[in-house]
Design a protein around this ligand. Structure first.
Ligand SMILES: C[S@@+](CC[C@H](N)C(=O)[O-])C[C@H]1O[C@@H](n2cnc3c(N)ncnc32)[C@H](O)[C@@H]1O
Length: 245
């Protein structure tokens, strides 16, 4: 009898209470997931729009990009399996492919990946695989990469500590994470300029790192910093090689 009353009470409560949409989603643990999906879709659309202009943009920065590739090549071995996280149109991945065993390039934007795949055919590079996905894709196996690199990306992603944790888990023991990241937080003028620029072109997310903040992100994420260099004084392009501890 007691049990039957309990069921009636629960049923009565269920049909009379009107949980709002947020409560329903949160009970299903979907609120954050929904927010993340929204941010993900916005970023994907934005970078799809940028894909057509991207190679031209890259050429403008050529001296810095050349330095990034040179410095990265110095760290690579012919036996390495490498991940280019946020590969864009695949320029860096294609440039280093001849120095390593295998390269995987991933990017959130399908248009960037299409352009990267086209370039692979043009340059006749066989050891590259490009895929539209995120760093959290379960198909990427833990401990499977010798080197992960990421150029001009960390200032564009949210929740960088979680991203660093994932990068750490994808690397083999003592694997390297090589990055080049604009640190616009170092200069008040640059910060304002890029904030306005970001608003005008509607970049979905932009972080203004200070150099120390970027370094702490690595060390807090269980990396030891083994090399740093500011590659472009005005742009504050900060190059870091960090080793998985
Ligand atoms: C400024 S571009 C840099 C591209 C390339 N790394 C380079 O240096 O030429 C940033 C790239 O990161 C990609 N991206 C942005 N957010 C991402 C995310 N959460 N996961 C993977 N790729 C992302 C964009 O689609 C874009 O191709």
């Amino acid at each position: 009898m007691k049990q039957r009353n309990k069921i009636y009470n629960s049923f009565f409560y269920a049909i009379n209470s009107k949980p709002n949409k947020k409560e329903v989603l949160s009970s299903l643990n979907l609120t954050n997931q929904g927010k993340n999906m929204n941010a993900h879709n916005k970023a994907e659309k934005f970078w799809d729009r940028m894909a057509n202009y991207f190679d031209r943009e890259e050429r403008k920065n050529e001296p810095t990009n050349i330095k990034i590739i040179e410095k990265t090549r110095n760290r690579l071995k012919t036996s390495d399996i490498v991940l280019d996280y946020g590969c864009g149109t695949g320029t860096a991945a294609i440039e280093i492919a001849s120095c390593v065993k295998e390269v995987k390039g991933i990017d959130i934007s399908s248009k960037m990946i299409e352009a990267a795949k086209r370039k692979t055919v043009v340059h006749k590079v066989k050891n590259i695989d490009f895929a539209q996905t995120t760093i959290f894709d379960e198909k990427l196996k833990k401990g499977s990469f010798d080197v992960i690199f990421s150029f001009h990306l960390l200032h564009l992603v949210e929740d960088t500590p979680k991203v660093m944790q994932r990068i750490n888990e994808l690397l083999k023991p003592s694997g390297l994470f090589i990055s080049a990241t604009p640190c616009k937080g170092e200069s008040f003028v640059q910060r304002i300029f890029y904030f306005l620029f970001g608003k005008i072109i509607r970049i979905p997310y932009l972080k203004f790192f200070k150099i120390q903040e970027l370094k702490s992100l690595m060390t807090d994420g269980n990396f030891e910093i083994v090399e740093t260099e500011c590659l472009h004084q005005i742009g504050q392009q900060y190059f870091i090689v960090a080793k998985k501890i």
